[in-house]
Design a protein around this ligand. Structure first.
Ligand code: AMP
Length: 281
């Protein structure tokens, strides 16, 4: 496995591979890798001839006051995880390589970005879509692997690739969880003792919401209330939202029908956590 830090080196490796008839798999990450990231890299390595992971904490997707400076970083360990998972190439650019000057151009995926996470983080998904557009242009024709953990992000990136005709097939991969149900996240390092113990309530709330739908509940307000009640049982956890929406458009559905997604966001101590679960009616 080779680690490169410039866009030119990454492009040269990928172009050379495609020239030899090889397929490329791209796995964008912000580093501090865990088993969730490793599952994406393993899948890219299994399905493509050359798998490239990128490690870049993207300043554009953090608002002032968010955890950009504190975001955990450990490049040495990350490259070991990438190698172990079967990556052939890692691109780990410094910020000035990705953004040599002020960014005047951005990508906005309008309605999809305004809902859910977008309510409290109005600039977040423009930052995400802009960096992913850059990574798609660096990666070139490829399959690109994203986790369902960030469900809204997955829908936004899928839509952006279609709307802007990127030669990229976006592949969604299942959420990897701790044994107690907590979705793996780089931000879980912020969780200490009692906060870590309280955090699986997000997954329990989603399961309770899904169970209500499976038992026949078709009123989204009632499903939201079920999730709120579960979270209320953990006083350490401050709920942001708990919603059930159309899985692809993220729009409200009433009465509930079709392919749906339950999504939740909450603060647990210093960490802001998100999670989601699917249900079919
Ligand atoms: P991040 O480093 O948090 O930006 O995540 C990079 C990629 O890994 C994104 O596509 C995430 O959705 C995915 N990812 C993060 N956590 C998980 C998880 N627990 N299970 C599956 N994919 C994940």
């Amino acid at each position: 496995m080779e680690v490169v830090t410039t866009v030119a080196e990454a492009r040269a490796r990928l172009d050379a591979a495609r020239h030899r008839g090889k397929t490329v798999g791209l796995v964008p990450t912000m580093g501090y890798l865990h088993e969730g990231h490793a599952s994406l890299i393993r899948r890219a390595a299994a399905e493509c001839d050359l798998a490239m992971a990128t490690i870049f904490v993207n300043p554009l997707q953090f608002a002032p006051g968010e955890d950009l400076a504190a975001y955990p970083r450990d490049l040495e360990r990350d490259t070991a995880v990438c190698a172990e998972a079967g990556a052939d190439l890692v691109l780990a650019p410094p910020p000035e390589e990705m953004y040599p000057g002020p960014v005047l151009t951005s990508v906005s995926v309008n309605e999809l970005a305004a809902r859910l996470e977008g309510v409290d983080r109005p600039t977040h998904f423009t930052g995400v879509a802009t960096v992913v557009a850059k990574l798609f242009n660096i990666g070139g024709p490829c399959r690109s692997y994203f986790g369902e953990k960030d469900w809204q992000q997955l829908q936004i990136v899928t839509r952006m690739a279609a709307d802007l005709s990127f030669p990229v097939e976006v592949v969604g991969c299942p959420v990897v969880r701790e044994p107690d149900g907590l979705a793996m996240s780089s931000r879980n390092v912020y969780l200490e003792g009692p906060d870590r113990a309280a955090a699986p309530v997000l997954h329990r709330a989603l399961c309770a919401g899904r169970h209500a739908v499976e038992r026949g509940e078709r009123d989204p307000g009632a499903v939201r209330a079920v999730m709120h009640a579960v979270v209320a049982g953990e006083p350490r956890v401050r709920l942001g939202y708990a919603e059930i929406v159309d899985a692809a458009t993220l729009a409200a559905v009433e009465p509930l029908s079709g392919t749906l997604r339950l999504l939740i966001a909450a603060r647990v101590g210093p960490a802001r956590l998100i999670d989601n679960l699917g249900v079919e009616v």
